[in-house]
Write a protein that binds this ligand. Structure first.
Ligand code: ATP
Length: 349
């Protein structure tokens, strides 16, 4: 197939397994994100795809040809891969146009300039063709770096935290532009990020990594809506955790009973409820009481005490959008969206 295939990739630094049996395919024109906390092996996986690191085991296949593994190691410069990293790494001694022309040596000189200008046009930097890298802002440098990476028409783009050096507003814009340009180029892309929102914004599919392994691979909607374990569920945003015990295929919690297929009677369970999965209605006889409420801009966070007769009260966070939160002390009734509740055996993480 075309695109990138990583087949049971392993990589160790001494005894430390940085990448442990990672298998992943990036289809033609697809954008896949490697998402996970610091040190989980994302960058090592990307470097292996690039050819900057030789895997201890497994194979890397690009457009159907093995480029690493089984005694083969094709160097990065012969893989026809484009890179975009956090530090834009433009050549300081070359102007903007010459930076973009750098990877176009296969083309005649006049053609190189034409292609470079076409790419600069696409990233909105044509007016800066004669400028030097140090005269550009971080966002402008990143646009030029993207133009340079895409100019030779790579068969794979590798992006490592490409927007993390930019401030938030600029980051949102450049991220959006980059996504549209990558999609318009129909290039297969593997991108590393530790930011779940960024992964959901950019990716067709996300591989959530932890300790060198892929914990779950799926579309953003699959990972958010059907997380495989508590780690994945909580990686996409804070969750409330309520402890419970299974009985006859159900757990009973102050938020109601929930099915827990596969859990034996008496088995301890963790019930995860997303703060955005709870809605509140003022009700003088309701079981909840607002302890504090903070307006956070587009949404508010409510700290709630939930009474549960015969048990200690439970502290919950509730995220409300679109209207001011109820004032402190208000008694409320709760409605729970079952799609935002996940039951797992306790201690899975
Ligand atoms: P970060 O976002 O912090 O870069 P990451 O998920 O990209 O994290 P890697 O950089 O791939 O993780 O590192 C995975 C593990 O391998 C870490 O424990 C790291 O300390 C270790 N590691 C990475 N590079 C080397 C190296 N050259 N020598 C020894 N250990 C390394």
């Amino acid at each position: 197939m075309t695109g990138l295939e990583l087949e049971t990739i392993r990589h160790a630094y001494g005894d430390h397994r940085a990448v442990d049996d990672v298998s992943l395919a990036v289809g033609p024109g697809e954008l896949v994100c490697l998402l996970g906390p610091s040190g989980c092996g994302k960058t090592t996986t990307l470097r292996i795809a690039a050819g900057l690191e030789n895997p201890t085991g497994g194979r890397v296949i690009l457009d159907g040809a093995v480029v690493a593994g089984a005694g083969v190691l094709v160097p990065p410069e012969r893989r026809n891969v484009g890179f975009l990293f956090q530090d834009y790494a433009l050549f300081p001694h070359l102007d903007v146009a010459a930076n973009v022309e750098f990877g176009l040596t296969a083309l005649p000189r006049a053609e190189r300039r034409r292609r470079a200008m076409e790419m600069l046009e696409q990233v909105g930097m044509a007016a800066f063709a004669g400028a030097w890298p140090h005269q550009l802002s971080g966002g402008q440098q990143q646009r030029v770096a993207l133009a340079r990476a895409l100019a030779p028409g790579p068969r794979l783009m590798l992006l490592d935290e490409p927007f993390s050096g930019l401030d938030k507003r600029l980051r949102d814009r450049i991220r959006d532009d980059t996504l549209h340009l990558l999609k318009a180029s129909h290039v297969s892309t593997l991108m590393v990020t530790h930011d779940p929102e960024e992964a959901m914004f950019m990716a067709d599919r996300i591989a959530v990594m932890r300790k060198g392994r892929i914990m779950q691979l799926g579309t953003p909607a699959e990972l958010y809506g059907r997380p495989a374990d508590p780690f994945v569920a909580s990686f996409f945003g804070e969750v409330n955790v309520v402890e419970a015990q299974a009985l006859s295929g159900r757990v009973t919690t102050p938020l109601g009973p929930w099915p827990c297929p596969g859990l034996a009677d008496g088995e301890a369970a963790e019930v995860l409820v997303r703060p955005e999965g709870i809605t509140l209605a003022e009700d003088a006889a309701g079981p909840g009481q607002v302890l504090a409420a903070r307006l956070l801009g587009r949404s508010s966070l409510v700290h709630l005490r939930l009474d549960w007769p015969g048990h200690a009260p439970v502290h919950l966070h509730v995220r409300l959008s679109g209207r001011p939160p109820p004032p402190e002390g208000t008694r409320v009734a709760l409605t729970i969206d079952p799609a935002q509740v996940f039951v797992f055996p306790a201690g899975e993480e």
